[in-house]
Structures are given as C-alpha cells and as structure tokens.
Design a binder for this molecule. Structure first.
Ligand SMILES: Nc1ncnc2c1ncn2[C@@H]1O[C@H](COP(=O)(O)OP(=O)(O)OP(=O)(O)O)[C@@H](O)[C@H]1O
Ligand SMILES: [Mg+2]
Length: 255
C-alpha cells in the first residue's frame, strides 16, 4: 500500500492532478485505490464522477456534526475521532469498482478542522481493506500539515504555481512537513499547468528538491472541471493525461 499526497498553493491544479493520477492507476490496473479528499472545499469526488449525496454517503465532517452536535452526543471519554470510526467506514466510504473515496467535507461549524482531520488520520491508520494506492488531495496552503492528516506518506508531490511565491511555498512546505514529524519517503516538486517553461530549471537550484516534471496545460481539463464532469473519461491522448502518465511512470519506477 503506497500513499501519495499532493500539496501546493491554492489553484495550482492539485485536485485535477489527483483525478488524472487515479485514471492512470486504473488503466494500469494498479487497483484498488483509496481517494481521500482532505479539502473542506471538496471537489475531488466531482472530478472522478462521484456524487456522495446521491450515493448516500456522508463526509467525515457531516458524521461528526451529526454524532456530536445534532444528536447531542458527549465529547467526553473516547476521542470523537475514534468514536465515529465504525460509522465512517459504513456511512462515509464510497465504494466503487476500482476506487473507494472518503471526504473530509465542509460541514463543520467550529472553524477548526482539528476534529475532522483527527478523524481522517485515525481512519487512515485503521484501514482494513488492502489498497494498492492511497491518493490524498490536500487543501491549498500548509495549515492542514500541522494537523497531520496522515502519519506515513511514501511520496509528497508539491504542485507549483508560476509565481516566485510558489518557490517560497515549496521551501516552507518541505520545512513544515519535517517539523510535523510526518514520515515521508520522497518530496518531489511538480510544475503545475500554469508553470512557464523557464521555471523548471530554477526548481532544483532554488529549492534543492527533485523536480518531477510539468503537468501540461489542457483546455479539455479546464472545460471539464468547469462543467463538473469526470476527468476519468479524459482521452488518453490528452496532453494533461500524457504528462501525468509520464510523471507517474518515473515516480512509480522508484517505489
Ligand atoms: N492541466 C490543466 N490545464 C488547464 N487548466 C487546468 C489544468 N488543471 C487545472 N486547471 C484549471 O485550474 C483550476 C484549478 O484546478 P484544481 O481545482 O485542480 O486546482 P487545486 O490546486 O486543486 O485548487 P485548490 O487549491 O482550490 O484546491 C481548474 O478549475 C481548471 O480550470
Ligand atoms: Mg483542490
């Protein structure tokens, strides 16, 4: 079971990249996969053609909110993240043919995602099904790292934007992830779809981190994300899918 986590500033193309990674792994029959949407502004499900509500599935935040706010459950005793564990697998996990999906979700009123993130972390260590890959899509920014949504990660893929701020972000992300004590095997920087060609040479020099290639800009992706359609149907000859396949081939070769 290999865990891959995306990181990066807002809007660099992390979620569409995760959807295209899933497509690649499904085509390689490297399944089953667990997709984890750790972004409160969830949109990974939509990008892989899943409607959790229609499927009758709840997000982690919804389950917590139901259990501890609407039903007035006590927070005392066993940690809330542990107490919703069984409900989480029964009522939260979307089960598909090639992949399952779990979302942190947005329905949390306290302002802090500490509890949903703690529940997610707890869920990830108690997984009983043997997945070939766990792909975690993170929200933009770094705050979630402090809440340690995962303990043990094989590869961190940081999707960079085209700005000089992105360089500072990558350096900070690398430092923060080390400080949190999250165990990770490799940290690889990727050029997001808006990355300009000259920037790739700067990555290794300015960050000291390995560069894994660039995600190609592709109008098909932009259109389909906007329309809320699944990226799993992306044609194989799409520039974005081809670039993601190339990136993953080399990432997986070293695994
Ligand atoms: N390969 C691509 N080619 C062209 N446009 C893209 C590509 N990938 C993403 N986009 C565009 O960028 C927008 C943001 O993409 P996405 O939601 O994947 O980014 P994100 O990093 O997950 O954002 P957030 O930080 O808000 O979660 C999409 O709406 C889409 O229009
Ligand atoms: Mg996203």
């Amino acid at each position: 079971m290999k865990t891959i986590v995306t990181m990066g500033r807002g809007g660099t193309g992390k979620t569409s990249f995760v959807a295209l990674m899933a497509k690649y792994l499904i085509e390689k029959q490297a399944v089953p996969i667990l997709l984890v949407d750790a972004d409160p502004d969830q949109n990974l499900a939509e990008m892989v053609g899943v409607d959790l509500e229609t499927a009758g599935k709840k997000t982690i935040a919804e389950l917590l909110s139901e259990t501890f706010i609407e039903r007035g459950g006590t927070m005392a005793g066993v940690a809330p993240s542990k107490r919703i564990e069984s409900r989480l697998w029964e009522e939260g996990l979307y089960e598909g043919g090639n992949f399952d999906l779990l979302a942190v979700g947005t329905k949390w009123v306290e302002g802090c995602y500490c509890l949903p993130d703690a529940a997610l972390k707890n869920a990830l260590v108690t997984i009983t099904r043997q997945y070939r890959f766990i792909l975690i899509d993170s929200p933009g920014g770094l705050e979630h790292l402090n809440r340690k949504i995962a303990n043990d990660v094989d590869v961190v893929l940081d999707v960079m934007g085209p700005s000089s701020k992105s360089f500072a972000h990558v350096r900070r992300a690398y430092r923060v992830i080390q400080e949190t004590g999250i165990r990770f095997g490799r940290f690889i920087v990727l050029g997001g779809y808006a990355f300009t060609p000259g920037l790739d040479n700067r990555v290794a020099a300015e960050t000291g981190l390995p560069y894994g290639g660039k995600i190609a800009e592709d109008p098909y992706i932009a259109e389909h994300v906007l329309a809320g359609r699944s990226l799993l149907d992306t044609p194989k000859d799409s520039p974005a899918f081809k670039s993601v396949s190339k990136i993953l081939e080399s990432v997986l070769a070293d695994m």
